[in-house]
Design a protein around this ligand. Structure first.
Ligand code: GLV
Ligand code: MN
Ligand code: MN
Length: 386
C-alpha cells in the first residue's frame, strides 16, 4: 500500500537496485521513482523513452501486477547498458506511486501528466480514513508539492509498459503477446444510504428503514442494469461495504458502498453513471430513505499510440512471437501517459486469467517472452528508426 512503511522499504530497495544496475536514480515530489541511462532527470533537450509500472499492490494481491513492469524495465535497461546496445535516445524506467488507488487512482502518473486535482489534495482520504497529506508526510513527502512532479512538455518521446493481462483472453487464445489498443476508464463513487437505526428485535418489519437492504437492492439493480444496458465491455463492482452502527441487534441506520464502474468508451461510461444515480434515487425513494453520492475518482478511457503498437508488432514478428490487439479491462498508468506522449502497453497471459489475488501468476517463459518484446520495443523506439 503506497506510503506505508513496507512500501517505503520497497522504495529504498528499488533505488538500491537501480543504482547497482548502473542507472542514475531519483524520486520526484509525487513519489515516482526513476532510473535512467546517463540522465538524472527528464528534460525536453533529451527526450527519453520511458518504461515502467508500479510497485504498490492491492490487499492480498499477487506478485506480478505492477512489479513485473518495473523489474522487467530495470532488467532491460541493465541489459542494454551492459551490452553497449546502441540507443540514440536516453532510456528510463519509472515506478509510479499509488497506482492501485489508495488515494483516487493512478496518483503518481496523474501528477506526472499534470492531471492532479490540486484543490482536492487536502481532503483526499483513503477508505480507512487516513488523509493523503498525513500518509505522505509520514513517508517524508509533502503532498502540496506533488503537482511539481509534472513533466516538462516534450521530455518523453514514448512510453511502453509491460503488464500481465489480468484476464483470460490471451491464455485462452494461446497468444503469447497482447498489444494494447485501448484502456478502460474507471469511475468510483461512494454511495451512502441514510435510513434509521432501530432495535432489531422490537421494530416491526414493515416500519424499518434499513440502510443495508437499500444498499443491497441498489447493488443488485446496478449489476442487472450494467449487464443488460451497458456495452459488452461494461463491468461494475462493489468492493467496499460499511454498515453502521454495525451491531447484530441494530437495524443498520447507514450503509456506505464504494461503487466502481468501467468501460473503454467514455460515452457508455457517462451514460451508465447517470443511470446509476437515477437508480440510487429510485431505491432510496421506494424504501423511504435518503441517498448521498460522492464522486471519488474518474479516469478517462484512453487510446494507445499507433506508433507504439506498430513497433511492438514489428519486433514481435522478428522474435517469432504471435500478437493480438486487445483492450485493457484494468486501469494503468499508461492511460495517463497518453496525455503527454505516445504511450502503449504489452500484455502477457495470466495463468487462469487470475489477478488481484494472491495466486496471480504467469509462466516464467511468458515473462521472458514479454521482457524480450519490451527490450526490443524500447530499443526500436530509442533508436528513432520507428
Ligand atoms: C488496477 O489495478 C485496476 O484496478 O484496474
Ligand atoms: Mn492492480
Ligand atoms: Mn497494475
Amino acid at each position: 500500500m503506497c506510503w506505508s512503511p513496507p512500501h517505503e522499504e520497497a522504495r529504498t530497495w528499488l533505488l538500491g537496485e537501480l543504482r547497482s544496475a548502473g542507472l542514475e536514480a531519483w524520486v520526484d515530489p509525487a513519489g515516482n521513482i526513476f532510473g535512467g541511462t546517463g540522465i538524472g532527470g527528464l528534460s525536453p533537450e533529451k527526450p527519453v523513452v520511458l518504461t515502467g509500472s508500479h510497485i504498490d499492490t492491492v490487499p492480498e494481491g499477487g506478485i506480478l501486477d505492477g512489479a513485473l513492469g518495473v523489474l522487467a524495465g530495470l532488467e532491460c535497461l541493465q541489459t542494454i547498458r551492459e551490452s553497449g546496445a546502441r540507443h540514440a535516445r536516453p532510456l528510463a524506467v519509472a515506478a509510479w506511486s499509488d497506482e492501485e488507488g489508495r488515494y483516487g487512482s493512478l496518483f503518481g502518473s496523474r501528477a506526472f501528466c499534470g492531471l492532479l486535482d490540486v484543490v482536492r489534495l487536502d481532503e483526499m482520504a483513503s477508505v480507512d480514513g487516513v488523509r493523503l497529506v498525513d500518509a505522505m508526510a509520514r513517508a517524508g513527502f509533502d503532498a502540496h508539492r506533488a503537482p511539481q512532479a509534472r513533466v516538462p512538455p516534450g521530455a518523453v518521446n514514448a512510453y511502453v509498459e509491460l503488464h500481465i493481462e489480468q484476464g483470460p483472453r490471451l491464455e485462452e487464445a494461446g497468444i503469447p503477446i497482447g498489444v494494447v489498443e485501448a484502456i478502460v476508464g474507471v469511475r468510483r463513487s461512494r454511495v451512502i444510504f441514510h435510513g434509521q437505526a432501530d432495535h432489531a428485535g422490537t421494530t416491526p418489519m414493515e416500519r424499518r428503514r434499513d440502510a443495508f437492504l437499500a444498499a443491497a437492492d441498489y447493488a443488485l439493480r446496478v449489476r442487472e442494469h450494467v449487464v443488460t444496458r451497458g456495452s459488452k465491455a461494461s463491468v461494475t463492482n462493489f468492493g467496499v461495504v460499511h454498515v453502521h452502527p454495525g451491531a447484530s441487534n441494530i437495524v443498520p441506520g447507514r450503509a456506505e458502498l464504494v461503487h466502481e464502474m468501467r468501460d473503454p468508451d467514455v460515452a457508455v461510461l457517462e451514460r451508465l453513471a447517470g443511470e446509476c444515480v437515477a437508480l440510487a434515487r429510485e431505491v432510496a425513494g421506494t424504501r423511504h430513505l435518503r441517498v448521498e453520492i460522492q464522486p471519488m475518482s474518474a479516469t478517462t478511457p484512453a487510446l494507445c499510440s499507433p506508433r507504439v503498437q506498430a513497433v511492438t508488432e514489428k519486433v514481435c514478428a522478428t522474435l517469432g512471437l504471435a500478437t493480438r490487439r486487445l483492450y485493457s479491462a484494468a486501469g494503468h498508468d499508461a492511460q495517463n501517459l497518453t496525455r503527454v506522449t505516445d504511450s502503449g502497453m504489452i500484455f502477457i497471459p495470466s495463468l487462469g486469467g487470475r489477478s488481484h489475488r494472491v495466486d496471480e501468476m504467469s509462466d516464467w517463459q511468458a515473462i521472458e517472452r514479454g521482457t524480450n518484446a519490451l527490450l526490443h520495443t524500447l530499443l526500436a523506439l530509442a533508436d528513432g528508426g520507428d
